[in-house]
Design a protein around this ligand. Structure first.
Ligand SMILES: Nc1nc2c(ncn2[C@@H]2O[C@H](COP(=O)(O)OP(=O)(O)OP(=O)(O)O)[C@@H](O)[C@H]2O)c(=O)[nH]1
Length: 326
């Protein structure tokens, strides 16, 4: 553990919606080198799912900063959350921690968050931003970088960029993405990750070596993400998986090209294990069966995110499809 007076390093993990931030942080937390990490998870919607997937024994419980984006409306909340962590560490109500990992929302522009670390004297005395790690989706990343200003800013502010889902992309596309990223973020270390967990320790090694970062240049802050709409639904009915899967498929097909993200933690009939669903733009990842529920909260939760009202429409359609069945 660091000595009491030394500022505690903060790793900022950013990347567009569904790029693989939670997956990377999960792998980091499972790596003994990252034991004793406190975690702040920011989500745009009112219901958080990622923090549930990142509960680890021996580390302070992940803290959710819900319902807004720390880069913008919630910039104060990040400062408050860091103060709260520091206070609870000192009074012993959470285990000591050696670093803080912050997962931003997928639509966060890192510039104002970085500025906060410089402008806030208290934060400067107690915490130091050691690196910005940006996840870029190996399949969707090139198109997303061109169409979404937040994604371009996330790449431009990165110290290290991890191209995820290379296992799902063809190698030519990954090479092209790497070139695009090298042009966008000439100073960043660019690494390619896959679903091969064995390589993760090696992939993460450079991050551990990163020193104190230079203050970022002042940057214009895009407010486009204020237009992001989220819809959340929590329910206790326990439905058969094929019914849920079928309804999701219909809703996603009807809103093709408009939903930016769907994620959910679901209780389904005939198993005690929760199912995680993940849709990223038009790519639906295979559902995952977790070994166990991460907490006592066993109700199903689904979140949808879009630029327009599609997430609300799609959620209404999903509820119409599922509620009469339950
Ligand atoms: N095949 C493959 N799937 C991946 C990889 N990285 C992430 N995924 C999958 O991509 C989906 C989204 O990953 P998350 O880690 O939840 O993405 P995120 O960036 O935290 O998502 P938001 O917080 O909603 O923005 C999940 O189904 C992951 O299992 C990878 O390298 N390969």
């Amino acid at each position: 553990m660091p000595d009491e007076a030394a500022p505690i390093p903060v790793l900022l993990v950013t990347g567009f919606l569904g790029a693989g931030k939670t997956t990377l942080i999960g792998r980091m937390l499972d790596d003994p080198a990252f034991a004793g990490s406190a975690l702040l998870v920011n989500e745009v919607g009112e219901i958080g799912i990622d923090q549930e997937l990142l509960v680890r024994s021996g580390s302070p419980p992940p803290q959710l900063l819900a319902n807004g984006c720390v880069c913008c409306v919630m910039n104060d909340d990040l400062g408050l959350a860091l103060r709260d962590l520091d206070l609870r560490r000192r009074d012993g109500s959470i285990p000591p921690f050696a670093r803080v990992i912050v997962e931003t929302t997928g639509v966060a522009d890192p510039a104002p968050i970085l500025a906060r670390f410089i402008a806030d004297g208290w934060i400067q005395r107690h915490f130091v931003l050691s690196a910005v790690i940006t996840l870029v989706d190996g399949v969707l990343g090139a198109a997303t970088l061109r169409s979404q200003p937040e994604a371009a800013s996330q790449a431009a502010h990165a110290d290290a960029i991890l191209i995820s889902k290379a296992d799902l992309a063809d190698s030519g596309a990954v090479d092209g993405l790497r070139d695009l990223l090298a042009a966008t973020a000439p100073h960043a270390t660019i690494l390619v990750a896959g679903s091969e967990d064995a390589a993760v320790g090696r992939l993460l090694e450079p991050f551990r070596l990163l020193g104190l970062r230079a203050p970022p240049d002042h940057d214009d802050h895009h407010h486009d993400h204020a237009l992001v709409t989220t819809a959340s639904w929590r329910f206790d009915d326990v439905l058969p998986w094929p019914v849920i899967a079928g309804a999701l498929d219909d809703v996603v097909t009807a809103h093709r090209g408009r939903l930016m993200r769907i994620k959910g933690l679901l209780r389904v009939r005939d198993t005690d294990r929760p199912v995680v669903i993940d849709g990223v733009q038009d790519l639906f990842h295979p559902p995952r069966l977790l070994d166990r529920w991460p907490s006592d909260d066993r109700s199903s939760r689904i979140v949808m995110i879009s630029r327009d009202a599609s997430s609300e429409e799609a959620m209404r359609a999903l509820r119409r499809a599922l509620v009469p069945i339950s």
